[in-house]
Design a protein around this ligand. Structure first.
Ligand SMILES: *[C@@H]1O[C@H](CO)[C@@H](O)[C@H](O)[C@H]1NC(C)=O
Ligand SMILES: *[C@@H]1O[C@H](CO)[C@@H](O)[C@H](O)[C@H]1NC(C)=O
Length: 370
């Protein structure tokens, strides 16, 4: 009896510990050009992210041909390099998908899942969709929507050489999103996004339609320009969206009490929130606009990093940093980056990421993490 009682009580304790552990926060990172990394840089990055306890790496599908942020690139074309493919399998160039295939096993070995963003607004004006339909036509024209849905299905049905179709790989893939920052550049006020917010739910329906009953992979929005713009009522009410992605670079958007109002809205709607992009500018320019300037003193940048990460974590939001790179940061262009292991800000970011793992979260992402 005593023995039975002890094991029952041990079971209760283990279950309590499990459910508590499941609602802890986490951190991760972004690397838009991950598909272009050489294997050695990939492994350096993954080892560093793992040492920081990071759980998710967000990657994109835009082609890259030149060195990015000081990282050497194995060139690869965009998925639809010359024309809108409309589901014709032989028309897509799958090199980018095959390069990402090479990440799945090493990432999992480091306790990291991939979040796959299947197109980017950044690419749209210059790519086959922008050229064929125009930027607003891409979102409004039924033919463009059908062609883009065919792209989403092509990606989800891509077959990893040893693991099988991506849409089944919940042990490797955290989530899918149709597009990074859909519609953000069309006007500066967010009015266009508000007026066309059903675009997100229509694409989420396509993604969820492919995933079917596989609840092990999340469907996300891919974020907008700032927190308020990232959270639209039509996203919260969309049955096939699981996670509303927040992107934010202004310090006011990291404020704990401010973020909690959005968390409450999401909880009421039965959705999760993720701070999917944020960063601390290397320069002394406006935090929102970080293309060049004088370097901040390292201590100042580290204080910013630590303060903002703590505020986001205190709100109960998991976060992905923009971005950890596999090499020393050459400080090219918009610069929130931190070079893994060697950067003067790396240990601050690493500590903030490890702290997230110990902090309670407002949303239970446990079942979707390794
Ligand atoms: C894909 O692109 C690569 C690099 O440009 C090229 O070598 C390859 O032939 C292309 N494959 C297809 C099927 O078009
Ligand atoms: C966060 O926002 C609250 C409510 O607007 C405000 O009272 C507080 O001062 C802000 N905190 C910081 C650190 O800016």
């Amino acid at each position: 009896m005593l023995r039975a009682w002890l094991s029952a009580s041990a079971l209760v304790a283990a279950l309590a510990a499990h459910s508590a552990a499941a609602s802890f926060s986490f951190a991760g990172s972004n690397l838009y050009y991950a598909a272009g990394l050489y294997p050695q840089d990939r492994d350096t990055l993954l080892s560093g992210l793992q040492s920081a306890g990071m759980k998710v790496l967000r990657v994109w599908l835009d082609g890259q041909s030149e060195t990015q942020k000081g990282t050497n690139i194995r060139p690869f074309p965009s998925l639809e390099p010359t024309q809108v493919c409309n589901g014709v399998a032989s028309c897509y160039n799958d090199t980018v998908l095959e390069r990402l295939d090479e990440w799945f096993l090493p990432a999992r070995a480091h306790g990291i899942k991939l979040l796959i963003s299947m197109h980017s607004y950044n690419a749209l004006p210059g790519d086959v969709y922008g050229q064929t339909y125009g930027v607003t036509g891409f979102y409004e024209d039924a033919d463009a929507q059908a062609a883009f849905d065919a792209r989403l299905r092509h990606v989800l049905e891509h077959v990893h050489p040893t693991l099988g179709p991506w849409k089944d790989l919940d042990e490797y893939i955290f989530g899918f999103e149709a597009e990074n920052e859909a519609m953000i550049g069309i006007d500066g006020t967010g009015a266009y996004i508000r007026a066309h917010q059903e675009w997100q739910c229509d694409r989420a329906n396509t993604i969820r339609g492919e995933l079917g009953s596989n609840e092990g992979i999340l469907v996300l929005t891919g974020g907008e320009s700032w927190v308020d713009e990232s959270v639209q009522d039509g996203f919260l009410s969309c049955p096939t969206l699981d996670v509303i992605s927040l992107h934010a670079y202004s310090p006011g958007d990291f404020n704990t009490t401010f973020l909690q109002t959005y968390i409450q809205r999401a909880q009421t709607a039965g959705k999760k929130l993720l701070m999917e992009e944020w960063g601390a500018c290397y320069y002394d320019t406006d935090q929102n606009n970080c293309p060049s300037g004088d370097a901040l003193p390292t201590a100042t940048r580290n204080t910013n990093l630590q303060t903002w990460a703590s505020e986001i974590t205190a709100a109960g939001l998991p976060w992905l940093y923009w971005q950890v790179i596999p090499n020393a940061d050459p400080h090219w262009g918009g610069d929130y980056e931190i070079g893994v292991n060697t950067d003067p800000s790396w240990s601050t970011l690493e500590a903030a990421s490890l702290a997230a793992l110990q902090a309670p979260a407002a949303f239970d992402f446990g079942p979707w993490l390794l």
